[in-house]
Design a protein around this ligand. Sequence first.
Ligand code: PMP
Length: 437
Amino acid sequence: TMNRERSEQHYNEALEHIVGGVNSPSRSFKAVGGGAPVFMEKAEGAYFWDVDGNKYIDYLAAYGPIILGHAHPHVTKAITKAAQNGTLYGTPTELENQFAKKLKQAIPSMDKVRFVNSGTEAVMTTIRVARAFTGRRKIIKFAGCYHGHSDLVLVAAGSGPSTLGIPDSAGITTNIASEVITVPFNDIDALKQALDHWGDDVAAVMIEPIVGNFGMVTPEVGFLEKLCLYTRQAGALVIYDEVISAFRFHYGAAQNYKLFPDHKAIEPDLTALGKIIGGGLPIGAYGGKKEVMDQVAPLGPAYQAGTMAGNPASISAGIACLEVLEEPGTYQHLFDMADTLTEGIKEAAEHNNIALTVNQIGGAFSTHFCNHEIKNYEDAQNTDSELFSQFFKLMLNEGINLAPSKYEAWFLTTAHQLKDIQETIHAVRDTFSKMKR
Ligand code: PMP
């Protein structure tokens, strides 16, 4: 097996200084049986090199943003130029106009945009704006959809569709949890029941239109159409959390993707963005219908601000990233690579008699160790965690970097080439043959 001595040393030191040794719990190996996470030193294109000199093919893409691969020259150039011109102004810049226009062109449901610093901030603010606009308190969300770490969305499902949520984290009051209703994804009846029960009090229904947080999961045909219809009948707003999904499958958001031929019927009132639109630097953004967005300060009564918001470095990186994504053939390449890889993985699973459900959408896919379909969070929970942990660790030793979570997707980047895919398929074959059931 691979020597990762230095990673272990760094991790032991990190444990002394940084809580849990990591700056985001998703980076810890706790969910896959523990051990030191790998300390990476350099990244370029589809590859990582760790502090012990091992090389990896990366399918984490930093949980999504790195769609162009690491250190893409066009993005690096834009960031360098921004750094040379000063990274933070605290004044408006014309770059922000350029970027806002670019995003609006790609996502027509947004009449107006506001830039923030993370997906968490973007989502958190859409809820405040929806409450300001409707004068209502509650939100409905879907089990297993992660919407960042603000209080309201860190609330898990209660039991049954008309029960209120329970806090998913210490430090969140039951008062706050009582403002959140959680229903199963793809369950339109549960949503309808919740709206019938709490409707007059519901400010918004929040959803990932294509789920990225318990595998890649699409809504069933007609689900979003009905969601929008019922939500509006109840006088509430529709919020799409497109932090993962925007610019992931095509040049635009999931709401404009070909999977949903009737875009108008599924158009949200507000959209939250992040990840890819920052080109690898910190960013978030939210936008939506003019009359809703006009609630936001300084125009309206809903306050939201940010010292770092719209900083020239993040905006420049975002513009540069979108410029590359816009080029013809970009998404076809992502799709082709993912297609070849999933074919190889499925074949290897069959050959080794391993039950595996693969959900692929464009250049992203999930692999669940089970023999049922994944339509909601419960389906994803009901998969073999032990088998995933073995898979994850063996793949790491083969030089393949995946997320240490059975729920997380594989993300292709424009830097991945056929030889990387073939090498990965080899690693998967070897790994499957070594796995003990
Ligand atoms: N929404 C979704 C759908 C996400 O996947 C994430 C992050 N994984 C967030 C919001 C939060 O974004 P951030 O980590 O930038 O705060």
